[in-house]
Design a protein around this ligand. Structure first.
Ligand SMILES: *[C@@H]1O[C@H](CO)[C@@H](O)[C@H](O)[C@H]1NC(C)=O
Ligand SMILES: *[C@@H]1O[C@H](CO)[C@@H](O)[C@H](O)[C@H]1NC(C)=O
Ligand SMILES: *[C@@H]1O[C@H](CO)[C@@H](O)[C@H](O)[C@H]1NC(C)=O
Ligand SMILES: *[C@@H]1O[C@H](CO)[C@@H](O)[C@H](O)[C@H]1NC(C)=O
Ligand SMILES: *[C@@H]1O[C@H](CO)[C@@H](O)[C@H](O)[C@H]1NC(C)=O
Ligand SMILES: *[C@@H]1O[C@H](CO)[C@@H](O)[C@H](O)[C@H]1NC(C)=O
Ligand SMILES: *[C@@H]1O[C@H](CO)[C@@H](O)[C@H](O)[C@H]1NC(C)=O
Ligand SMILES: *[C@@H]1O[C@H](CO)[C@@H](O)[C@H](O)[C@H]1NC(C)=O
Ligand SMILES: *[C@@H]1O[C@H](CO)[C@@H](O)[C@H](O)[C@H]1NC(C)=O
Ligand SMILES: [Zn+2]
Length: 707
């Protein structure tokens, strides 16, 4: 196939989406404009964790503050867990004569006392405890025989804040280590959270799988634990399950033996201790799934799914691409994959798209399984990007974890950005990286241009309750996070960006960080590189992270005058939220003049004169090359006219992503009543003369060019 005649799948897809998008927009414009529709258009489907929620910060009312530690949602810092022994037995058949499924368990947590206290608060949600001889649901011992643990005075369940509260008759001693032991029962409900059950039919048989989803705050529903991301510990997991079923957890299987439980023989599988990790990344699965496996660079890779799906070869694609993607991230992060294995499991019932449990990633079936005969190319592309997203978290998120949920956007935005880099390694001919503009940047522009949007970063104290945490899993965190990190990586250069990222990971491995720690490392990398920036990295990024929305940059090419303005889809809406930066941004501008790339510029103020952008005669200016900047662009009418002429004559002078940008920006500027709708419609004229050609679907007749 002649090189010049080949058009990649990704470009074809861009074309189709672009065409369809333009048509859809035309239709949307021709009907009565509905603001409500725009508001409800937020359709974030998070790739992992949490539940979908609207991108507003309005939170359920927080209960009246109280001075009792157990009425606060955040744990006190007096106790720090070091390790847990957790043994769980899920029952895959209902309790006799009922539809009620349960699991039973026992747990030991070893913790160190950091500040003297007579109170133990440990997260626990919907668990029922057995009583010991002391008449209490817990036993406490000291790990130093010289010091005796105080006895338990009383206990209470705090259901709102989800604690098991233990009052002691004396004080725990600072620096001393203790062990707390509990036996409990929980419901194995079909509620997609904590330890839950997933049901499916196979070969006419109804089967039950016990599986988990801990993020963000469901680990406390599986066993009592210090359920905050910064409370990292080592977990020794044991699963007791029916003979013939497969048990999986984060660690590798250490030993498996048969034991008798009551009058029944059961399998007891003990897993290797995990590395030091957060509770929300734990996973346990008991199923009759089948698997396929391979070894890549000494890492054992396995794909688990329903037996029929594995037999049909639907796990093979995921198996094939996991090794290369892991390998890519090892180089990208300059850090070896920290675990001996990577298991990935397709579940019939799963809330999010996928979940990055360390070493045991869980997926919706459609996000992992690919069938050569029935799946589409876009299924395949989704699988590659989601696998890359989850594998990216194995380092960014799991090895180094953000200290609290208010920084979730950095975790998710980062993975949502580098998923395209990872997928590009798996499918180098697909131009997957281009799709971030359609799938993330344009998608989130639609919500972030409303007055109901919110800044990426939230204050730690504003994110307290499980509901407030779940609310953060929205399009802003995922897609805007991805967009601004891509912009940052671009203006620093990928080389400097990865250097800073690598030192960040090396410093905080097995620990926690806050988003400004990453900025510091990137700023230091930029300083070492002598990168020219208008301001330090944190100052530039604050304008994108601490205020909602984004600007429209207006370039008047007659005067060389460039200005910025907060872009609002509804021109009549009033912004009530106050911004620390007055809705001005420090804007990197990559641009070209008449098809020739120019020296990048920065707009640091409301408006400025950039003489290089003053053009004459037939020259045109095109700003925001490849839409690496998180903003829209408008021009004076003369430049629009010249751009349109270029589109209709030498459209290949304009990068494909910018052709998509011109259509999307024009229609949105029209909708915001910044330019006439007629101008937006005329941007689409060039599409009519271009054929959209996909590989395998080439016409035999001559054709001029691709889109
Ligand atoms: C978990 O295993 C580790 C490593 O074997 C051990 O040091 C730790 O004490 C165990 N934790 C508990 C609670 O037994
Ligand atoms: C934790 O589990 C390991 C392995 O099953 C066992 O050897 C150890 O004694 C347990 N520790 C405690 C404190 O129960
Ligand atoms: C449940 O029912 C079976 C058969 O009726 C009986 O053998 C078993 O002991 C019962 N189990 C419990 C926990 O009641
Ligand atoms: C826990 O106890 C409550 C109250 O007795 C009961 O309604 C619930 O079913 C129990 N849950 C489990 C999993 O046993
Ligand atoms: C395992 O990986 C090797 C090397 O990439 C490959 O040649 C082989 O086909 C793979 N085996 C399976 C079962 O996928
Ligand atoms: C692979 O793993 C084994 C066992 O963990 C280890 O002995 C060996 O050195 C490793 N090989 C490489 C190339 O890392
Ligand atoms: C800065 O990084 C670029 C590559 O992004 C490299 O070419 C250049 O040599 C670096 N400069 C310094 C001073 O390290
Ligand atoms: C662009 O600048 C020229 C020269 O200053 C001015 O006459 C014209 O009104 C400006 N156009 C727009 C659209 O602001
Ligand atoms: C915005 O404020 C103006 C002036 O106060 C008012 O007329 C207009 O109705 C407001 N718009 C909305 C959408 O509330
Ligand atoms: Zn994620």
């Amino acid at each position: 196939m002649g090189k010049g005649f080949y058009i990649s799948k990704a470009v074809g897809i861009v074309g189709v989406i672009l065409g369809a998008g333009a048509l859809a927009t035309i239709i949307a414009l021709s009907v009565v404009y509905s603001q409500e529709k725009a508001k409800n258009n937020a359709d974030p489907s998070p790739t992992d964790g949490g539940t979908t929620s609207s991108p507003t910060t309005s939170s359920p009312t927080t209960p009246a503050p109280s001075n009792n530690p157990w009425d606060k949602y955040r744990l006190p810092t007096s106790l720090m867990p070091e390790s847990y022994n957790v043994s769980l037995q899920p029952r895959l058949t209902p309790v006799n004569g009922t539809e009620f499924y349960i699991f039973t368990g026992e747990s030991t947590v070893e913790f160190v006392c950091v500040e003297e206290t007579d109170l133990i608060l440990i997260h626990s949600h919907k668990l029922n405890y057995s009583q010991f001889e002391n008449g209490q649901p817990a036993m406490l011992v000291s790990l130093d025989t010289a010091v005796e643990a105080p006895s338990i005075k009383s206990t209470q369940m705090q259901t709102v804040t989800q604690y098991l509260v233990i009052h002691l008759n004396g004080k725990l001693v600072k620096g001393q280590r203790y062990r707390l032991y509990t036996i409990f029962t929980g419901e194995l409900a079909d509620d997609l959270g904590g330890f839950y059950r997933s049901v499916f039919d196979e070969d006419g048989v109804t089967k039950v799988v016990a599986t988990t989803q801990m993020q963000p705050t469901h680990a406390r529903k599986a066993f009592p634990c210090f359920d905050e991301p910064a409370m990292k510990a080592v977990f020794n997991i044991t699963l007791i399950h029916d003979i013939g079923t497969v048990a999986l957890s984060n660690g590798e299987e250490k030993e498996s033996s048969q034991i008798s439980v009551g009058d029944k023989m059961m399998q007891r599988t003990v897993f290797e201790p995990t590395l030091k990790m957060s509770t929300y990344l734990l996973a346990f699965i008991v199923s009759d799934f089948a698997s396929i496996s391979n070894i890549s660079d000494n890492v054992s890779i396995r794909i688990f799914a329903r037996k029929t799906a594995i037999a049909a070869g639907q796990g093979q694609y995921a198996l094939d691409i996991t090794g290369p993607i892991l390998n890519f991230f090892e180089q990208y992060y300059n850090y070896k994959y920290p675990l001996p294995k990577s298991d990935q499991v397709a579940l019939p019932d799963f809330n999010a798209g996928a979940m990055e449990n360390w070493g045991l990633i869980t997926y919706r079936e459609t996000a992992l399984l690919y069938d050569e005969a029935f799946s589409s190319n876009s299924n395949r592309e989704r699988i590659a990007t989601i696998i890359a997203h989850e594998l990216a978290h194995m380092w960014f998120g799991n090895l180094v974890t953000l200290r609290w949920w208010n920084d979730l956007w950095l975790n998710e935005g980062f993975a949502s950005y580098v998923e395209y880099l990872g997928a590009d390694k798996a499918e180098p001919t697909w131009n997957v990286k281009d799709l971030i503009v359609l799938s993330d940047v344009h998608r989130v522009f639609a919500v972030d241009a409303l007055t109901s949007s919110h800044p990426l970063s939230s204050k730690e104290e504003d994110v307290q309750t499980p509901a407030q945490i779940s609310e953060l899993f929205d399009a802003i965190s995922y897609s805007k996070g991805a967009a601004v990190l891509r912009m940052l990586s671009d203006f620093l250069t990928e080389d400097v960006f990865t250097k800073g990222l690598q030192t960040y990971l090396a410093e905080f491995a097995f620990g926690t960080a806050v988003y400004t720690d990453l900025w510091s490392h990137l700023d230091e990398a930029a300083r070492l590189n002598e990168t020219e920036l208008p301001a330090p990295v944190p100052d530039i990024m604050n304008t994108w992270v601490l205020q909602m929305g984004f600007p429209v940059i207006t370039i008047n090419t007659t005067a060389g005058h460039v200005s910025q303005q907060h872009f609002l889809l509804d021109p009549n809406s009033n912004v009530t939220a106050v911004s620390p930066y007055n809705y001005e941004w420090i804007v990197p501008i990559k641009w070209m003049k008449t098809g020739v790339i120019q020296k990048p510029e920065w707009l640091e103020t409301k408006s400025a004169t950039i003489n290089a952008m003053k053009v004459t005669a037939d020259d045109w200016v095109l700003a925001n090359l490849n839409v690496v900047g998180y903003y829209r662009v408008n021009y004076d009418q003369g430049n629009w006219d010249r751009l349109l002429r270029a589109l209709n004559t030498n459209h290949m002078d304009i990068p494909v992503i910018n052709r998509a940008q011109l259509v999307d920006d024009a229609f949105n500027l029209a909708r915001a009543q910044i330019i006439p709708t007629v101008l937006a419609l005329s941007v689409t004229k060039y599409l009519y003369r271009r054929q959209i050609i996909c590989p395998g679907n080439r016409p035999s007749t001559t054709w001029t060019s691709s889109i």
